[in-house]
Design a protein. Structure first.
Length: 321
């Protein structure tokens, strides 16, 4: 655009006209240009006044209820759209109620599935009815009931479950219980016990697995055991002084483990699980192992004691602290 050109603002139906700069006009031409500018300004003022009057008329019409038919249709469409949105998007209260109903339906489905999944045979129900869950039994009664209520087709074991309260530590979180005990009647299971040497460490490292039940190690070889610490640790077989598997007297420790020495340890829920023998053992053997375990447990921390077969209901024992 050339310098000196004047382009006034006009409505869209009156496009602006290009006016020549002053330096190209004669005296008469300047007068004409001035008159044209005046006309343009007047037209602009008239257009603005017309728009303002239309707006005033519209407001007055709305106040008196006189609305253009097209405006009425437009407003009706807007209302219909808003109503459709409200139906599609329920209120906060309705949405909360819908969520609650959905949760209830989900829970009821889960409970129905659980009932179907845990539906037991008549034989099992008859066996379970022999044990009163609200009653605690003497050790003699518990051993007798455990043998009666076993439903396994194979020779199962008698398992002891002890709930232990968290042991408070001087610093930091509480400690879980762990101890060594020698079962007088043994475990009833043969154990594959291996003493770690440099050759065996290399074999385990290459195989990436540890097949023995228990690994023993002398203190001087422990630095080399670090090579397979991840393999043994993930299987719970890492030699540890607390469990008695790191020892200077390898032969004596191996003999004790084969004879019935075990490590008692509570799990993350502070429950200690241990087999005390086989179902076909004499009652006295099972009781001897039971008493040996109870002797090393912190009696003030024992919350409950239960005996159970491998497959069958648990029997609570009346335990006196």
């Amino acid at each position: 655009m050339s310098i000196g050109a004047f382009v006034p603002f006009t409505p869209s139906n009156n496009p602006p006209r290009r006016i020549a700069p002053k330096e190209h006009l004669t005296g008469q031409g300047r007068k004409m240009a001035k008159s044209e500018r005046k006309e343009e300004t007047e037209m602009q003022a008239e257009a603005i006044a017309e728009e303002a009057s239309k707006a005033e008329n519209k407001v007055e019409a709305e106040e008196h209820g006189e609305i253009d038919i097209f405006e009425k249709v437009r407003r009706a469409d807007l209302k219909a759209q808003e109503a459709a949105k409200k139906k599609a998007e329920p209120s906060e209260e309705e949405s909360e109620e819908a969520k609650k109903e959905a949760k209830k339906a989900k829970k009821s489905k889960k409970s129905e599935k659980a009932k179907k999944a845990h539906k037991r045979s008549k034989k099992y129900q008859d066996i379970v009815s022999l044990v009163d869950k609200t009653h605690t039994y003497t050790l003699d009664e518990a051993v007798e009931l455990v043998k009666k209520t076993s439903i396994s087709k194979f020779g199962g074991s008698v398992d002891m479950h002890v709930k232990i309260a968290k042991i408070k530590a001087k610093k930091g979180p509480g400690e879980t219980f762990r101890a060594l005990v020698e079962l007088p009647s043994g475990t009833g299971k043969s154990k594959n016990i291996v003493v770690l040497t440099e050759e065996i460490i290399e074999e385990i490292f290459k195989a990436k697995t540890a097949e023995a039940d228990i690994y023993l190690a002398a203190p001087e070889i422990m630095p080399k055991v670090g090579k397979i610490a991840r393999i043994l640790g993930t299987q719970g077989k890492m030699p540890n002084p607390k469990s008695g598997t790191v020892t200077s007297d390898i032969d004596k420790t191996k003999e004790a483990l084969e004879g019935g020495r075990i490590e008692l340890r509570a799990d993350a829920s502070n429950v200690m699980h241990q087999s005390i023998g086989r179902l076909d053992w004499e009652d006295d053997k099972l009781k001897a192992n039971y008493h040996a375990i109870i002797a090393v447990l912190p009696k003030s921390k024992i919350q409950s004691v239960t005996l159970a077969p491998t497959m069958g209901p648990g029997v609570k024992i009346a335990f006196k602290k």
